[in-house]
Design a protein around this ligand. Structure first.
Ligand SMILES: C[S@@+](CC[C@H](N)C(=O)[O-])C[C@H]1O[C@@H](n2cnc3c(N)ncnc32)[C@H](O)[C@@H]1O
Length: 204
């Protein structure tokens, strides 16, 4: 029998992972999905990619809106990918959705300009070298395609239960996007039950 340590998936046991999951779970999924869908301005023929799709809840809602297009999700956690595939199996069986293990700094699974929309909720905290992730996002986005990121902004820290790596500065993220060559960069901060949530949208 395998030892418990061998059964563990190292990524999911990192302290950062737990912090971010707990933070993300504190927002209302319905409200987050509503805003994400609104900001994505999806059309039925769009191809959309979710970075860090987790258990695939938002991915299910996005896929339902691109029924003449294509949807994809990636997540480095095999556990999350299993959940996302199970939740979305009817779309996968129809060939409408692809969910894969992977990280946003290597989107080589897809060719250049494959997607009209790329989005990621609570994923930026994990970017060790954002320029690498953003170069890949830009490569897979079609000209005029749109990137949407949602995250907890460092600017509105509020009460904390300790050191808090699971936040990202909205101003810094805007700067990353500008340096990566994105245009029409729009950042804003919403409040959900007094919890701030930053939205950052840009075009390729
Ligand atoms: C807090 S969860 C959010 C999941 C989902 N986006 C949501 O809002 O419910 C963060 C997710 O990002 C994934 N992740 C971590 N590093 C990543 C990376 N470099 N690229 C893509 N996803 C990553 C994690 O495995 C995790 O599933």
């Amino acid at each position: 029998m395998a030892a418990a340590s061998q059964l563990r998936e190292p990524f999911e046991t990192s302290a950062m992972f737990g912090d971010v999951i707990a933070r993300a779970a504190s927002y209302s999924p319905a409200r987050v999905a509503e805003t994400a869908i609104e900001l994505l301005e999806l059309r039925p023929d769009h191809a959309a990619l979710e970075l860090g799709c987790g258990s695939g809840r938002l991915l299910a809602q996005v896929t339902a809106r691109v029924q003449r297009g294509f949807a994809a999700g990636i997540d480095p956690s095999p556990l999350m990918v299993r959940h996302a595939r199970l939740r979305n199996r009817r779309w996968i069986e129809r060939g409408l959705l692809d969910v894969a293990v992977g990280a946003s700094d290597d989107l080589s699974r897809w060719p250049d300009r494959r997607f009209d929309r790329v989005y990621g909720m609570h994923v930026v905290y994990f970017w060790e070298a954002p320029e690498r992730d953003l170069a890949e996002v830009r490569r897979v986005l079609a000209p005029g395609g749109r990137l949407l990121l949602g995250f907890c902004p460092a600017e509105q820290a509020g009460p904390s239960i300790g050191p808090d790596p699971a936040r990202c500065s909205l101003a810094a993220a805007e700067e990353w996007l500008a340096r990566a060559g994105f245009s029409a960069i729009e950042g804003r901060c919403d409040f959900d039950a007094e919890r701030p949530l930053a939205w950052l949208r840009a075009s390729r």
